[in-house]
Design a binder for this molecule. Structure first.
Ligand SMILES: [Zn+2]
Length: 295
């Protein structure tokens, strides 16, 4: 300890820290690196106004653009044991969870369940929140999806899922993996009731979520350029010892190879979803569609 470490270093740190004050008016597009005015970018549903790059949008920002007049009802997730394994890595799991909840504007885990009218039809939407611990699926997300499925069946409504996840919640171990089966059964309930189950794959949809309810849709839509897959490309490349093709695990590649039905711009998602649900629930209305202007 000397004059340099005790006096000069803190002064230098303070100087650097001051420069790092977050700039909230502007942000840089990670794709084209253009500066975007925050307000324009938010009004554009967090799509780059220069190159059209779709950034990861949190569910509470997305939902108003989907429901009629932006009105919907939020359904709190069922209560589950907070830290069943008393897990600790670099930090205690319950502390990590509390920190994520504090930043999540009222939601308790990585899933938001909402219902409301979409195209004048009661619709249930369950949207994963990548901003909440990487959209990882633990017991709360599993319970939430079961609740969303039950709600859809009770209200005779289609269930639409927006997926965005890094996979299973490691801190919940086997309990997290059990959600793969539970969510699969939940989806099945919706299908057995004869109701549409539609998945919108957004960036990124990987791991346990892509290995369960995110790949079971009657129809799969995807946002442009989203990463969709199970294991990451580096793991696959190291396992099969082959170069992966260009665009591997991206929406457009999956569309070409039949895993996705359509790649849809975020601005067109609402209209597309309304049309798809109408096709599945009232095919006669769509058959007569030429008579309706704008269809
Ligand atoms: Zn851009």
């Amino acid at each position: 300890m000397n004059w340099l470490t005790n006096f000069v270093r803190p002064k230098l740190r303070a100087l650097v820290a001051r420069k790092e004050t977050p700039e909230t008016l502007w942000l840089k597009c990670p794709k084209c690196e253009q500066m975007l005015f925050m307000r324009d970018w938010e009004a554009n549903q967090e799509v780059c106004t220069h190159c059209g790059h779709h950034m990861r949008i949190r569910p509470l920002k997305r939902l108003p653009h989907l429901f009629d007049e932006g009105k919907y009802e939020l359904h709190p997730l069922p209560r589950v044991p907070a830290d069943p394994l008393r897990f600790r890595d670099t930090e205690r799991y319950d502390a990590r969870l509390k920190r994520a909840q504090a930043k999540a504007e009222g939601s308790t885990d990585a899933l938001i369940v909402a219902s409301g009218l979409m195209g004048s039809r009661m619709t249930v939407i369950a949207a994963l929140d990548f901003g909440f611990m990487g959209g990882s699926m633990g017991t709360a997300v599993g319970e939430g999806l079961v609740m969303a499925a039950d709600l859809a069946v009770a209200r005779k409504a289609p269930l639409i899922v927006f997926s965005a996840s890094g996979g299973a919640r490691m801190q919940e171990g086997i309990l997290s993996l059990m959600q793969l089966t539970r969510t699969t059964i939940a989806v099945r309930k919706v299908k057995e009731a004869g109701l549409p189950y539609i998945v919108v794959l957004t960036d990124p949809t990987t791991g346990g979520v892509s290995a369960s309810f995110a790949m079971l849709g009657d129809i799969h839509l995807a946002e442009p350029d989203a990463i969709i897959g199970f294991a990451g490309p580096r793991v696959i490349q190291d396992t099969i010892r082959q170069e992966l093709p260009e665009g591997f695990q991206r929406s457009e590649y999956l569309l070409e190879h039949g895993m996705v039905d359509a790649v849809v711009h975020r601005h067109k998602l609402r209209d597309t979803l309304i049309r798809v649900v109408t096709l599945l629930m009232d095919p006669l209305v769509v058959a007569n569609a030429p008579a309706v202007a704008g269809r």
